[in-house]
Design a protein around this ligand. Structure first.
Ligand code: IMP
Ligand code: MG
Length: 180
């Protein structure tokens, strides 16, 4: 199904209902895996804020929440050096069970860097949850412990993901037509 958003054609790839159902399943799995513990859930801004909000409200375990912001590479990733940390975590990480929540695992470059950064703070455990995983695009080894949906190599928007700061507010994940 495709729909018009702000005068652009957007192909719906994952509906709001499908996302809600999958987030419920992920939350149940995470609640079971962390039973008896209180993980520190760290959302990666900006893309992860919608998932973070939906996910933590479905958890049945107590959590602490914090956010980090990492500059993304955009295109021309080869020459732009290492990702930059624009906002670091403020909650104590040492000894914590840390669950990083991100929107999408693409090349893996920024998340691999972020996980290294957090590992240096000596968490008791460190896991990654992503809504989307573009497995074909990986450039560095990176894998998520919890994946909402594996997707093909297409640029997607919605549910927190943007294209030039547009479309984050869409309740579904879609592909903007005419951008390929
Ligand atoms: P990485 O390439 O795995 O380091 O991903 C870095 C970031 O690029 C992700 O967290 C997203 O914010 C962004 N990104 C990657 N693919 C897409 C996409 O298809 N749509 C929107 N943002 C994306
Ligand atoms: Mg991101």
């Amino acid at each position: 199904m495709s729909t018009t958003v702000h005068r652009r054609r957007v192909e719906v790839m994952i509906s709001a209902d499908q996302i809600a159902e999958r987030v419920r399943q992920l939350a149940a799995q995470i609640s079971a895996d962390y039973a008896g513990r209180q993980p520190l859930v760290i959302g990666v801004l900006k893309g992860a804020w919608v998932l973070m909000a939906d996910l933590v409200r479905q958890l049945t375990i107590p959590v602490r929440c914090d956010f980090v912001r990492v500059s993304s590479y955009g295109l021309g990733t080869e020459t732009s050096g290492q990702p930059q940390l624009l906002l670091d975590v403020r909650e104590p990480v040492a000894g914590a069970d840390v669950l990083v929540v991100d929107d999408i695992l693409d090349t893996g470059i920024s998340v691999a860097w972020l996980l290294d950064h957090l590992r240096k703070k000596n968490p008791a455990s460190l896991r990654l949850c992503v809504l989307l995983d573009k497995t074909e695009r990986r450039r560095v080894p990176a894998a998520a412990d919890y994946v909402g949906f594996p997707i093909p190599d297409l640029f997607v928007v919605g549910y927190g993901l943007d294209c030039g700061e547009q479309f984050r507010e869409l309740p579904f994940v879609g592909h903007v037509k005419g951008d390929e």
